[in-house]
Design a protein around this ligand. Structure first.
Ligand SMILES: Cc1cc2nc3c(=O)[nH]c(=O)nc-3n(C[C@H](O)[C@H](O)[C@H](O)COP(=O)(O)OP(=O)(O)OC[C@H]3O[C@@H](n4cnc5c(N)ncnc54)[C@H](O)[C@@H]3O)c2cc1C
Length: 322
C-alpha cells in the first residue's frame, strides 16, 4: 500500500509515524515544502530572540528516525495538485497513492490593506519566515506587531530581547477580551505597561501600511521600521486549486479524519471537524495520529475535547485561559 502525506508539520509527522506503527509493509512518503524536517512550530517565536537552535528540542525526530522507519521524506517540494488517486508535485512528478493524508496546516493571514505586500511587512508561520525575519531585524530599531494575541506578545518579547522597540496594535478594546474579565485584562495590561520599550494600543484599526509604519483609521502613524502581522491563520487546503474533497473553511473530515473522498484523509490545522478548525498543536498531533493509523487500515476515532485552554507565558505572565 502506498501512503502519501502532504505537509511537514506535526500532523504530517504523526500521520507518518502512526501509519508505520500500524503497517510494517506500507510505502510511506512525506512531502513538505519546507527546507527542514518536521519541527515543533511553537518554538519559532522564541527563536526570533536569538535564532540559536537546539536541534534535539526543535526537531520532532532526527533524520535517522525517518531512515529507520522507512519513511521517504521529500523536502523543498510543494504539492500543486491533488486528484483522487495521485498528487502532482512542483518538480512535475506524479505520485500515485492508495491513501493520502493532507496535513498542510495553516497560512498566516495578511490583512487585505494597502501596503500589505510592502517589503517591510511580514507574517510569521514557518522556519523560512523565521530566517527572513531574523535577517531583516538586524537592521531595525523599531517594530509594529499587528495583533495582541498570544503569538503577538511572544513576537514582541523576542524582539525586545534584541533591543527593538515594539508597538502592538490590537483592534479589540482590551487584552484577551473574550477570555478574561475586564478586571483581569486591566491587571495584565498594567503589568505589560511596566515593560520598557513596549507599547500596547487597544481598540485601534489599521487602514494602511507604509514604509514608515502602520497608519490607523484616524490617520495616526504608528512608526516602525518593520511590521509583523500576527492576525491569525486560515487552513491551507493542500496547494491545489481544485480538490476532490468537500471543503468548508478547512478540509471537512469525520471523526476518523476521513474526507468526503474515501482514499483521502486530512489532519491538523488544514482539517475541519464539524464547525471546528483546530489551530492548536496538540489537536494536530492527535488528528495526525488518527489520520495516519486509519490511512494504514486502522479504526481510530477522534474524541473532541470541548475546549483546549489558551496559554500565555510571555513577559512572565502565567495565564491559562479556558
Ligand atoms: C509561531 C507559532 C507559535 C505557536 N504556538 C502555539 C502554542 O504555544 N500552542 C499551540 O497549541 N499551538 C501553537 N501554534 C499553532 C500550532 O503550531 C499549529 O496548530 C500546529 O503546528 C498545526 O500543525 P499542522 O501539522 O496541522 O500544520 P503546520 O505545523 O502548519 O504544518 C503544515 C506543513 O505543511 C507544509 N505545506 C503546506 N502546504 C504544502 C504543500 N502544498 N506542499 C507541501 N507542503 C506543504 C507547510 O510548509 C508546513 O510544513 C503556534 C503556531 C505558530 C506559527
Amino acid at each position: 500500500m502506498k501512503i502519501v502525506i502532504i505537509g511537514g508539520g506535526v500532523a504530517a509527522f504523526e500521520a507518518a509515524n502512526a501509519a508505520r506503527k500500524f503497517s510494517f509493509e506500507a510505502e510511506i512518503t512525506l512531502v513538505s515544502n519546507e527546507e527542514v524536517l518536521p519541527y515543533r512550530r511553537p518554538a519559532l517565536s522564541g527563536l526570533l530572540a536569538d535564532f540559536k537552535i537546539n536541534e534535539k528540542a526543535f526537531f520532532i525526530k532526527p533524520e535517522s528516525f525517518y531512515e529507520e522507519q522507512r519513511i521517504t521524506v521529500r523536502l523543498n517540494t510543494r504539492c500543486t495538485a491533488i486528484a483522487a488517486d495521485h498528487v502532482i508535485l512542483d518538480d512535475a512528478s506524479v505520485v500515485p497513492f492508495d491513501k493520502l493524508v493532507i496535513a498542510t496546516g495553516g497560512v498566516a493571514c495578511r490583512p487585505p490593506l494597502p501596503g500589505a505586500d510592502n517589503k517591510n511587512v511580514f507574517t510569521f508561520r514557518t522556519y523560512a519566515d523565521l530566517k527572513k525575519l531574523d535577517a531583516a531585524l538586524k537592521n531595525v530599531s523599531s517594530a509594529v506587531v499587528i495583533g495582541g494575541g498570544v503569538l503577538g506578545l511572544e513576537l514582541a518579547e523576542s524582539m525586545l530581547k534584541r533591543n527593538i522597540k515594539v508597538t502592538v496594535l490590537e483592534m479589540m478594546p482590551r487584552i484577551f477580551a473574550g477570555k478574561l474579565s475586564e478586571t483581569e485584562s486591566a491587571d495584565v495590561e498594567a503589568k505589560l505597561a511596566e515593560i520598557p520599550d513596549l507599547t500596547l494600543k487597544f481598540g485601534v484599526k489599521v487602514k494602511e501600511f507604509t514604509s514608515a509604519g502602520a497608519v490607523l483609521e484616524d490617520g495616526t502613524l504608528v512608526p516602525g521600521d518593520i511590521i509583523i502581522c500576527s492576525a491569525g491563520s486560515r487552513p491551507a487546503l493542500g496547494g491545489s486549486a481544485e480538490l476532490p474533497v468537500e471543503t468548508g473553511r478547512g478540509i471537512i473530515v469525520d471523526a476518523m479524519m476521513r474526507s468526503s473522498c474515501e482514499n483521502i484523509f486530512a489532519a491538523g490545522d488544514a482539517a475541519q471537524f464539524g464547525d471546528r478548525c483546530f489551530g492548536l498543536y496538540n489537536d494536530a498531533r492527535t488528528t495526525g495520529m488518527i489520520a495516519g493509523t486509519n490511512a494504514a487500515g486502522g479504526n481510530e476515532i477522534f474524541s473532541p475535547v470541548t475546549a483546549t485552554p489558551m496559554r500565555c507565558f510571555s513577559f512572565g505572565l502565567k495565564l491559562i485561559m479556558p
